[in-house]
Design a protein around this ligand. Structure first.
Ligand code: KIV
Length: 281
């Protein structure tokens, strides 16, 4: 039997008063580090497009990108539940597309669940996923795939009418059968209200301290993504600086001739060298 966490065990943890931890990963080494740190869930986020592939937003990420990176993450993570993002236009087009592409993320990618952005319009897709045996995680508030519709990466639900809609959509997503819900970029009071009203766990990102769990983009907390750092990110390391220092030292060593040294080199026996007609310098 696999030692991987299940959605049932995660719900039980929340019921016992524990917070859930979630981080993103996109490749084998980062996934194994996140897993070894004891994080409950790994999100193969379509933030991949921005932090790894260098796009301006998440819209260019394809199903093939997501399948390939999910496979690498699943190979690296032995214990965490792996949730893979459905990328832009892989599920908004029809319920059939949602099921087929979610199926790819589980069958080919090896994920245990999928995440999809959006509210009322996504209910038929969530219902069909659950009926097909595919655990679905909702995502409300600041939904990056709608960046053009929202007019930028803006905080959502600051006004009562927008907040009410998010609350109603959250309840409907739970009713449709989602096992959890990401709340991104919403006021903490709204996130607290939604968390209190729902029985499924909420996972916050830029949503204050009262959600059932938290998720962040790992490249942000490690200081690896330099284009911008949202206010809700806490930087736990500055790996850009650490890596930059290491790379500059390597360059210096090669230019000065101090690397490679004898201990990094292989040798051949003296008699073989003589046969070759060579000599030590
Ligand atoms: O793609 C992603 O990393 C996400 C998180 C920010 C929730 O959706």
């Amino acid at each position: 039997m696999s030692g991987r966490l299940t959605i049932t065990q995660l719900a039980k943890k929340v019921g016992q008063g524990h917070k859930l931890t979630m981080l993103t990963a996109y490749d084998y080494p980062l996934a194994s580090l996140v897993d070894e740190a004891g994080i409950d869930m790994i999100l193969v986020g379509d933030s991949l497009g921005m932090v790894v592939l260098g796009y301006e937003d998440t819209l260019a990420v394809t199903m093939d990108d997501m399948v390939r990176h999910t496979q690498a993450v699943v190979r690296g993570a032995k214990r965490a539940l792996v949730v893979a993002d459905l990328p832009f236009l892989s599920y908004q087009t029809s319920v059939e597309d949602a099921v087929r592409n979610s199926g790819r993320l589980l069958q080919e990618g090896g994920a245990q669940a999928v995440k999809l952005e959006g509210g009322f319009h996504m209910l038929p897709a969530i219902e069909k996923l659950v009926a097909s045996g595919i655990p679905g995680m909702g995502h409300l508030g600041l939904t990056p795939q709608s960046v053009n519709q929202m007019g930028g990466f803006a905080i959502q639900g600051r006004e009562a009418s927008g907040a009410r809609r998010i609350l109603e959509e959250a309840l409907a997503i739970q009713e449709a059968g989602a096992f959890s819900l990401v709340l991104e970029g919403v006021p903490w009071q709204l996130a607290q209200l939604v968390t209190d009203k729902l029985t499924i766990p909420t996972i916050g990102i830029g949503a204050g301290p009262h959600c059932s769990g938290q998720v962040l983009v790992t490249y942000d907390i490690l200081g690896l993504f330099d284009r911008f750092t949202p206010k809700f990110v806490k930087e736990y390391a500055n790996l850009r600086e650490t890596i930059g220092t290491a790379l500059a030292a390597y360059r210096e060593d090669v230019l000065s001739g101090s690397f490679p040294a004898q201990e990094h080199s292989f040798s051949m026996k003296q008699e073989q060298l003589e046969l070759l007609g060579g000599e030590h310098k």
